[in-house]
Design a protein around this ligand. Sequence first.
Ligand SMILES: *[C@@H]1O[C@H](CO)[C@@H](O)[C@H](O)[C@H]1NC(C)=O
Ligand SMILES: *[C@@H]1O[C@H](CO)[C@@H](O)[C@H](O)[C@H]1NC(C)=O
Length: 518
Amino acid sequence: MKVLSFLFFAIVASSLCDAYRILVLFMVPGKSHGILGDGVVRHLLEAGHEVTYITPFPQKNPHPNLQQVDISKNAELMDEKMFDFKTILNNEAIFRNPIKMIQVMSGLFEATIQNPNVVKILNDTNQRFDAVISEWMFNDAYSGLATIFDCPFIWFSSIEPHWIILSLIDESTNPAYVPDSMSSIIPPFNFKERVSGLFAQLFGAALRFFYTDGIDGKQFYKIIGPYLTLRGKTIPSYYDVQYNTSLILGNSHVSLGQATRLPQNYKPIAGYHIKSDVEPLPEDLKKLLDNANNGLIYFSMGSNLKSKYLPDELKRGFLKIFRELKQTVLWKFEEPLPNLPKNVHIVQWAPQPSILAHPNCVLFITHGGLLSTTEAVHFGKPIIGIPVFGDQFTNIERAVNRGFAVKVTLSYEMVDELKSAIDEVLSNPKYKNRVRELSAIYHDRPVSPGKELVHWVEHVVRTRGALHLRSPALHVPFYQKFYLDLLGLIVVAIIVIVTVIKLVLRSKKKEDLTKKNK
Ligand SMILES: *[C@@H]1O[C@H](CO)[C@@H](O)[C@H](O)[C@H]1NC(C)=O
Ligand SMILES: *[C@@H]1O[C@H](CO)[C@@H](O)[C@H](O)[C@H]1NC(C)=O
């Protein structure tokens, strides 16, 4: 007995302090996605695990426990022009066409999984992983990677919890009070908003069921299948792979979005990518911020949208209003500009968290990407949002609704609007006060998001897939959830009863008639 309990403790102890081997995949060749992936990897490495990281942005001097798999070739798929201001201003962006977007995403899957550097790992039958973490990017077939290595699978979701990702582990959200992640409406909804939300979701679900699932499934059988055969495994059905997720790590938090009801295996960890001690500013920027006695306005349109594609009339207009400000303006811009006013400084690269952390930074003008709005709340800075595509509209709409942002519409005539927005946010203290309140809520958590990330990944590995966290709703068919079978039964019962009563009455009448006739 003693020996047994000793063995038991030895096994528990060894499984507790084991370093795990984790495969992390962030396939999108966009800088903000790279930052999110780097954050996940950093926390896992700091916790002592070994990480194999498939990334378009390999780091220069990697941690000794980090093996990087270079997929920088993915950048060739993402035309820089796709994120061009003019394309978007003129309404030509592909993001408005779901079929085209699905095609781009399935091209991204093929390019990633068939990249020679990735093939080397997948084709090596000695490779072993304890878990696979992959970013979710409109293609569920990545979950097949965990099937290859026979280990639990974890999705990383870069935006607010939305019905598609939740339907992979539980069920869709209710469009009567949860907006689509690509829409900017905020509950409570009126009748029209509820109905259009319902139809958008039904259309999306139909598109997935009749179109996307077929494409993704084919890719799974064709591209992932051979690696299963190589390992002597039978190829499971795509459905069993698609709905076998152990955990979703969500780059979301209730202080940033809305109070969405979440399943047990969805963990909101927004803010984990920000280091707990911000890195010190480079000497020149430090001096600039320290000396900005009237405050500094930080202007950045993110990493995807290059300011150099800004139409000339907008560049000139921005400089004209910045010149009139008493604040210092720090503009992240990719090329030098002639005739810069004294109070305007251009940087090609900006250490955003360190700038926002500085007490003299008073305002952040941003495109409203989720990383930027998260960092604004993290450091308690009010924003002016100029949303351009994707979830940026929702992020800014929510920030406006929560009272710490003013929205400016991207257009050729936006300069005056921007000027009055700057005046409003700088002169009215309500924006600053509100973002400080939200920042306090955001920071008030039982553990830091980075610790939580590591804990849940380890929990999934320790419990071999955390089956106990899975929602029973996942496999309950639609008609059972809505009790359509019961409804059917009631309808049949009513028909039967009515018919029986009718028959009885009719036969009684006949009886009466025959009695009378006698
Ligand atoms: C994968 O490995 C097998 C041997 O195990 C080899 O025959 C095959 O050529 C390899 N494929 C690739 C794409 O490297
Ligand atoms: C589903 O996940 C569990 C737990 O991670 C794993 O053991 C099983 O092999 C997976 N099944 C498929 C079909 O991927």
